[in-house]
Design a binder for this molecule. Structure first.
Ligand code: HH2
Length: 284
């Protein structure tokens, strides 16, 4: 496994201590997520799913109450809080697992952190609300800044880049600077290229090929390729999200080979197994 050049420092002992990249398991508490179709809307079912992912070896769980599927309708703030907070509270009561809240809304992030979340995973890189950066600084939690072109409703309509890797890098540097200016500590920041967010298949592949640049910034990189649509553009038989495990693992291992610090995945057991086999070969 390629060791990344980042130094996490005393603030991130749980990352530094890991022999392998962290595995973040996805728990959607939404009725319309593309990959699990709302099966976990029910709070008990969501908790059961989180427990399963933890038992399978997830280091973090990523709780989301609003789908980011292309074309998805926005969820009101109060509704989103009602979806995610009981789950976060329940998981926090029974497990030391790291909890991430996948939201664009500062009020949801605030409620989630109060309930026990450790990381604000923001697909808008703290850009959705003028309050986002100040709230992130105030919460003092970790923050993942993800790249997206456009917004979830329209992002796949006509994504265009002259140089996708260069443009994502420029965006990241601008967002890191903006977060830092608002008082977010650099030791709290994660980066994510946002695979599938306002990108054509060739953009996703170019970003995966160019992951080194993001890793070389020194910030830990989170990568989400799991069950994404670009896999279908390579294997047209992978129509359903559940049909994309092979492609998801290939993308995850590619990311690991480039030095990513964490993988956002739906199939925790299979990903952990792939990482263990990789490590065993390397150590032997
Ligand atoms: N992908 C999705 C949602 N959130 N966050 C980060 N940081 N990186 C990602 O790649 C990412 C993300 C989309 O996946 P999924 O959760 O399966 O879909 P939905 O948003 O419809 O629940």
């Amino acid at each position: 496994m390629r060791s990344a050049p980042f130094s996490f420092g005393p603030d991130r002992p749980y990352v530094a201590a890991m022999p392998r990249p962290l595995v973040m398991g996805v728990v959607n508490v939404t009725p319309d997520s593309f990959s699990d179709g709302g099966r976990f809307l029910d709070a008990e079912a969501a908790l059961a799913h989180a427990r399963r992912l933890i038992a399978e070896g997830a280091d973090m769980i990523d709780v989301g109450g609003e789908s980011t599927r292309p074309g998805a309708e926005p969820v009101p703030e109060a509704e989103e809080i009602l979806r995610v907070v009981p789950l976060i509270r329940a998981v926090r009561q029974e497990s030391p697992v790291r909890i991430s809240i996948d939201t664009m809304k500062p009020a949801v992030a605030r409620a989630a952190v109060a309930a026990g979340a450790d990381l604000w995973n923001d697909i808008t890189a703290l850009g959705w609300s003028p309050d986002s950066r100040a709230v992130a600084a105030d919460l003092g939690c970790e923050v993942c800044l993800m790249h997206m072109q456009g917004d979830p409703r329209t992002m796949q309509q006509d994504p265009y880049y002259e140089d996708v890797v260069g443009e994502v890098m420029v965006f990241m540097i601008e967002r890191i600077r903006a977060a830092a200016e608002a008082g977010v500590s650099g030791s709290r920041i994660w980066l994510d290229p946002g695979i599938g967010f306002g990108k054509r298949p060739e953009h996703n592949l170019a970003l995966l090929r160019g992951l080194d640049l993001l890793v070389e910034t020194g910030f830990p990189v989170l990568l989400g390729v799991s069950r994404k649509r670009f896999i279908r553009s390579i294997d047209e038989t992978a129509v359903q999200a559940e049909d994309r495990l092979g492609g998801s693992l290939a993308g995850a291992l590619w990311g690991v080979s480039r030095g990513v610090a964490a993988l956002r995945v739906h199939d925790v057991r299979e990903t952990v197994q792939a990482l263990k086999v990789w490590s065993a070969i390397e150590e032997g």
